[in-house]
Design a protein around this ligand. Structure first.
Ligand SMILES: [Zn+2]
Length: 350
């Protein structure tokens, strides 16, 4: 099994936790020559670090996580009532675009039975977005209060922290001429959470959040086959110098990351009138994804994170990109490049 069997799992995702106690200092583990990457023309070894190198170098010591977590920003007065209509319209538009792409992918995929396809579409139709903070009656553990978004299986609802609706996660002012940068951040976050509604765990809950299993045995098996490939894929990443990622632990959440990125690349390509604009839009999408996933962590955090369901953000970003054919296209990634994975070894998410 790749995830614990509990009544519900609250999956808290994409937190930008700039966490590094002063006594631990800068201990982010990198296995590449950062100076070399700065002059690299493309993402040869580590896209995450390539994008974030300057920022990481400039922040050798970080404040505690409470000072910078999205939820503490929200607690400081960024309330959902303060969100203007323009922002709401744009975010709801992203939400609908993502659901529409997922619906098409589900219908075209051979991994769902016919019954599961129609159940998944019904769930997507009923899925709601709520911008706010977890309150009474929400299925969020305390830990989730430090995160940006989660999918609630029992409500079929994505809860999004209003503090994520500010730059660099989202900028309504640039939406008309740089939508892709928004999509690479808030878009990926939404798409990740939405994908949980129809994944192997979401398959246990109906559109109203009742525990009614709609995955058949064949649907379970098709998901497990893909998760096994992802587990193997993830286990090739190293956590630090002497230990690789626990791929089985990370497979479920990594599946959501890969589906989210796949979904957003399709939205960008559909909205681009020419190949050149498509390539440029995808480039901005990928850079935004890495930039807003930046993370500074302590040795203790790395150690405590080994058994977590999410990989560290540098692994999440690099793994999702290496699984995505469009990344190879945009950066001309070739055999011999650090992030190159043979096509037949890239996980299939549909
Ligand atoms: Zn998740």
């Amino acid at each position: 099994m790749y995830f614990p069997k509990v009544i519900f799992i609250v999956l808290f995702c994409f937190a930008v936790m700039l966490f590094s106690p002063a006594e631990a200092g800068f201990s982010f583990r990198c296995h590449v020559n950062g100076a070399g990457l700065l002059s690299a023309p493309r993402a040869e070894d580590d896209f995450y670090l390539y994008v974030n190198y300057d920022w990481m170098r400039a922040h050798p010591l970080q404040r505690g996580v409470d000072e910078v977590s999205p939820f503490s920003l929200a607690d400081d007065g960024m309330a959902s009532e303060a969100i203007d209509n323009e922002t709401l319209n744009i975010i709801n538009g992203y939400f609908d675009d993502i659901k529409a792409v997922y619906a098409r992918r589900i219908m075209a995929s051979d991994m769902f039975s016919e019954g599961a396809k129609s159940a998944a579409i019904q769930k997507l139709d009923a899925l709601t977005l709520r911008i706010g903070l977890p309150g009474e009656g929400h299925n969020a553990p305390d830990a989730a209060k430090k995160t940006g978004a989660y999918y609630d299986y029992l409500k079929n609802e994505v809860l999004l922290n209003p503090a994520l609706l500010v730059s660099p996660f989202f900028n309504p002012a640039t939406n008309s001429d740089d939508r892709e940068t928004n999509l690479g951040s808030i878009g990926v976050i939404l798409a990740h959470e939405i994908s949980h509604s129809f994944d192997v765990h979401g398959g246990n809950y109906d559109p109203s959040g009742n525990m009614v299993k709609w995955y058949t045995e064949d649907d379970d098996n098709a998901s497990m086959e893909r998760l096994a490939v992802i587990a193997d894929f993830m286990s090739k990443y190293s956590l630090d110098d002497d230990e690789n990622v626990n791929g089985c632990k990370k497979a479920y959440e990594s599946f959501a990351d890969m589906r989210a990125l796949d979904c957003l690349t399709r939205i960008v390509m559909r909205g681009s009138p020419s190949e050149e604009e498509s390539r440029e839009g995808l480039r901005r999408l990928f850079v935004s994804y890495a930039w807003t996933s930046r993370q500074m962590v302590s040795d203790r955090f790395i150690s405590e994170h080994r058994e977590a369901l999410h990989a560290l953000d540098n692994v999440r970003v690099n793994a999702a990109l290496s699984s995505n054919d469009m990344f190879y296209y945009v950066y001309d990634v070739k055999i011999g490049d650090g992030m190159y994975v043979r096509k037949r070894e890239r996980p299939r998410v549909w």
